[in-house]
Design a binder for this molecule. Structure first.
Ligand code: B12
Ligand code: SF4
Length: 473
């Protein structure tokens, strides 16, 4: 059987803010995960429109398309195209799960939720010529999943070919997050067996890894065993975790010992009212500065995530947030305009209040205001968002933030990482054009090398585990 898997490009690909490098970071891991269930006799083609031109003149028997909110229209057009040619087309992913009725007319079958249970079930039905119109995931497990088909990934087209996920979902319930709707009807946070995760890591060449898990420290017992197993594997890795998990116990020290060098942290907002609006309990009454200092003392760089446009935000929020990031030596900042994704509690709340202004999903890219704001005008919100990006990444502010570290090596790493990421667009574009992006991996690995000689070496035992609440499962 001829099978084609497609990740259509996000709408941003046509916007003036398109940064090719941002979309050449990670390969389509979800599709490579699904491909593992195909038979060795199947002829499989995996295409990612972010990094290559999709060939549309072929005639696959089965077409599998992953749908995100801002690639939805493009995904539907491709689905219609292949159905008209007689291929069997299936659609799944976050957006299909949020809005199945919208996706259904474009597909022969649709899939709600993660695919590890439903996709193999479908394949059996399909080969027996009895496929169902709709598959809904209810059993959630990563036990004995087959190894990801990494052979289908064109590694040279990505800066970070070694992306990996060893958990699914997250123990928290923020109202703006897709997580609860995507995992509805089953467990919304679960992990791989530690041995399976370690075996997957072992299969990855080189030393750099990027864990794309929503919250790698979310299950402390799992994370501890994972980090223990990774000791001696000589890996450097990047990942994401919450403020409370950084402050609790000594898991983050164990992560650092296993090779953690940079962490994405969802600070989101400094306002208690905004945290409450977002149900972001894990940040409430948490000392952000203490979390930052702890990471820095371990030589871990920080990618801070911040949301603009929550109801208590006013015109001053941009300056405050940028300044805090510089003062606290945040390495990179990711700013988002609040976006009520369909299926989320935030969307339901805003719909009830008649605040949703458009259903043009192309605008749901966290760069546009798609809802009626409270204390700030939509124009000021968009302008402030763009100002914040520009301001945080001026050379002088990159230098100011770098100089806040207490070791020369950390200062240099900060400067190289932030400058490299934001200031050399032409170089990145050249590397992408010449398909030599992967050659930059050794540079990234050296920027992520260990920082020695920090003033306050380790904060182990400073935050006793007993003083913290246990992580929700
Ligand atoms: C990698 C990534 C990206 C990459 C995506 C490209 C790529 N190559 O994968 C890039 C960098 C482009 C990106 C950009 C953005 N991202 Co992003 N990203 C992720 C991340 C970290 C990992 C995705 C992943 O690989 N997951 C692991 C695989 C195994 O899971 P999966 O892809 O979901 O696939 C499974 C299922 O979905 C299902 N499935 C998927 N497709 C199909 C199809 C069929 C037919 C079937 C049967 C099943 C199926 O089966 C798979 C196996 O279970 C997720 C967080 C996360 N942990 O998932 C956020 C996430 C998807 N991103 C998010 C956001 C907010 C963004 C940005 C808006 C950020 C920004 N401000 O710029 C942009 C734009 C996104 C958009 N406009 O929709 C949100 C999505 C919110 C939403 N409702 O869409 C997420 C969920 C993070 C979060 N917790 O908020 N992102
Ligand atoms: S902590 Fe992050 S992944 Fe978890 S629910 Fe909140 S926004 Fe979503």
């Amino acid at each position: 059987m001829k099978v084609k898997l497609i990740l259509p490009a996000l709408a941003e690909a046509e916007s003036p803010f398109w940064r090719p490098i941002k979309y050449s970071l990670f390969p389509p891991l979800g599709l490579a995960t699904l491909a593992a269930y195909l038979s060795p006799d199947d002829e499989v083609d995996l295409q990612d429109q972010h990094v290559e031109t999709i060939t549309l003149d072929d005639n696959p028997d089965l077409v599998i398309i992953q749908v995100y909110i801002t690639n939805a229209y493009r995904a539907y057009a491709m689905a219609d195209h292949y159905r008209a040619k007689g291929s069997y087309v299936i659609l799944g992913g976050l957006h299909v799960t949020s809005l199945p009725e919208e996706a259904a007319p474009h597909a022969d079958s649709i899939f709600l939720g993660p695919g590890e249970e439903t996709f193999p079930e479908f394949l059996k039905d399909f080969r027996n010529k009895t496929p169902k119109k709709r598959y809904f995931s209810s059993v959630r497990s990563l036990d004995r999943i087959p190894p990801i088909r990494r052979d289908l990934i064109k590694r040279h087209l990505y800066l970070v070919p070694n992306s990996i996920v060893v958990t699914r979902g997250c123990p928290h319930h923020c109202t703006f997050c897709y997580k609860d709707s995507f995992f509805e009807g089953g467990k919304s946070f679960y992990t791989q067996q530690v041995d399976d995760a370690l075996a997957e890591i072992d299969r990855l060449p080189g030393s750099h890894l990027y864990f794309l898990d929503d919250h790698l420290l979310g299950n402390a017992r799992f994370a501890e065993a994972l980090f223990e197993g990774m000791k001696g594997m000589k890996r450097v890795f990047q990942s994401a975790a919450t403020v409370d998990s950084i402050l609790r116990g000594n898991l983050v020290e164990k992560a650092a010992a296993a090779g953690l060098r940079s962490l994405f942290v969802g600070f989101e907002t400094f306002s208690v009212q905004n945290l409450k609006q977002s149900n972001k309990k894990q940040n409430l009454q948490k000392d952000y500065k203490r979390a930052v200092d702890r990471l820095h003392s371990l030589g871990i760089m920080i990618n801070g995530s911040f949301v603009f446009g929550l109801d208590e935000d006013d015109q001053d929020v941009f300056k405050r947030t940028v300044e805090w990031g510089i003062e606290n030596a945040i390495t990179t900042s990711t700013y988002h305009i609040l976006t009520p994704y369909p299926g989320t509690q935030l969307y339901t709340d805003m719909q009830k209040q008649k605040r949703i202004l458009t259903s043009n999903w192309d605008l749901y890219d966290t760069r546009h205001v798609v809802y009626r704001t409270e204390n700030i005008s939509p124009q000021a919100l968009e302008a402030g968002y763009h100002w914040a990006y520009k301001e945080f990444y001026t050379w002088s502010n990159i230098a100011r933030a770098s100089l806040k570290h207490d070791s020369i090596k950390h200062m240099l790493k900060h400067f190289a990482y932030t400058g490299g990421w934001k200031k050399f667009e032409a170089v990145w574009n050249f590397l992408i054009k010449t398909k030599s992006l992967n050659n930059m991996l050794p540079v990234l690995e050296s920027v992520l090398s260990k920082v020695n000689g920090s003033k306050n070496k380790t904060t182990e035992h400073v935050y006793p585990a007993s003083a913290q609440t246990a992580t929700a499962q």
